[in-house]
Write a protein that binds this ligand. Structure first.
Ligand SMILES: *Cc1c(COP(=O)(O)O)cnc(C)c1O
Length: 363
């Protein structure tokens, strides 16, 4: 069987595969209400929040769009911190809806510099909010939100965090960091299929919502909150994914949030050390900012990364990801989040050792 080692979609546990193949139920009926309440409350545990937690039926990008259109108005000044493709995407969405974005971009493979964020906020007292990626999947860098969040909140700004590929896998304590809006996606660390996003919304964000004038309908979080009082969605939700979520969340709770974070940290460390032992060069040199859910590897020593991902897929049945944006053809990436073990990653390393010479790599 093929091993899927990309940063989303991620593999499903057999228990989840069984759950999502259940017969349909009425999404306005009592059984659904119970399940929807159950998953909403359990997802909050992994967001580490008491804020409202809303679930939408869409890709992660829909969650980013919801996080813009519900809290801002055209012309609002937004500081857009970007360290890669997903940070750039967040900025593009804000611009599309007429926000006046101040982009603060860092080189791919680097983390955002907290002092630079502070400086822009000092120079622009009229900034309304800051949008930032927690874990930049395109470069395998995790931003230091524990340092950046207090800078943003001390300046009195709305803090909107793309935690699509980190929440539930890497520690992001939403309430402790006073994150106003945090977004995650079902297909990343949650062991369920793509198609749902989860957003936490603070009181301060709801105040911003009351005055926000960007157009919205399907992604209107006010409508989602109203329906949540009945444990329903405004529109027909992805019922099958919700069945799967119930099972996946129970597995996650059984393992324990701290154990899940520790497992991802150990797997990532195993991946980095194994890759370096093979003579490969990691895109991220600084261990402190290296992601625990994805690892990017450079095409050095004659390595053709595109050829490598093809060989790994066709001959070794392991699906790896290529580079995105400016890193296309320059790196390959290993996804190691969700339903994954240390053994899974040592197996990837062992197979890479065989495949590397076939893709032009010499030590
Ligand atoms: C995957 C991902 C997204 C959303 O991707 P979709 O393809 O729209 O689901 C957003 N941000 C980050 C950091 C991601 O990893």
């Amino acid at each position: 069987m093929e091993q899927l080692r990309i940063p989303g979609p991620t593999p499903l546990p057999p228990e989840v595969m069984q759950a999502i193949s259940r017969q349909m139920i009425n999404h306005r009926g009592p059984e659904f209400h119970k399940i929807f309440q159950d998953i909403t409350e359990k997802i909050k545990v992994f967001f580490q929040t008491k804020n409202d937690l809303l679930i939408l039926t869409c890709a992660g990008t829909g969650g980013l769009e919801a996080a813009i259109v519900n809290f801002f108005s055209p012309g609002d000044k937004i500081l857009g911190v970007s360290i890669g493709v997903f940070g750039d995407r967040f900025i593009s969405i804000a611009k599309t809806y007429g926000a006046n974005v101040i982009p603060l971009k860092f080189e791919m493979g680097q983390a955002a510099n907290p002092e630079a964020v502070k400086k822009v906020l000092q120079d622009n007292p009229d900034v309304k909010g800051v949008i930032i990626t927690h874990n930049e999947t395109s470069t395998s860098v995790t931003n230091d939100l524990k340092t950046i969040a207090p800078i943003v909140k001390d300046a009195g700004k709305l803090l909107v965090v793309d935690g699509v590929s980190s929440i539930g896998s890497i520690d992001l304590p939403v309430d402790e960091l006073k994150i106003d809006v945090a977004i995650s996606g079902s297909q990343k660390g949650w062991m369920v299929p793509p198609g749902m996003v989860m957003l936490s919304v603070s009181q301060e964000a709801w105040q911003a919502y009351a005055n926000a004038k960007m157009p919205r309908f399907y992604l209107d979080l006010g409508k989602a909150k109203d329906k949540l009082a009945k444990w329903e969605n405004p529109w027909t939700p992805a019922v099958s994914i919700i069945f799967g979520f119930q099972v996946a969340l129970d597995m996650m709770l059984k393992e324990g949030i701290q154990n899940i974070f520790a497992r991802h940290a150990l797997i990532a460390k195993t991946a980095r050390e194994g890759l370096k032992e093979l003579g490969l060069t990691l895109l991220v040199k600084d261990e402190k900012i290296a992601s625990n859910t994805v690892t990017g590897v450079m095409g050095t020593n004659g390595l053709d990364t595109k050829k490598l991902t093809q060989i790994m897929r066709d001959q070794y049945k392991i699906v790896l990801a290529g580079g995105q944006g400016a890193l296309e053809g320059k790196i390959f990436r290993i996804g190691h989040l969700g339903y994954v073990s240390v053994e899974d990653i040592t197996d990837v390393i062992a197979n890479l050792k065989l495949a590397l010479p076939q893709a032009g790599f010499t030590r």
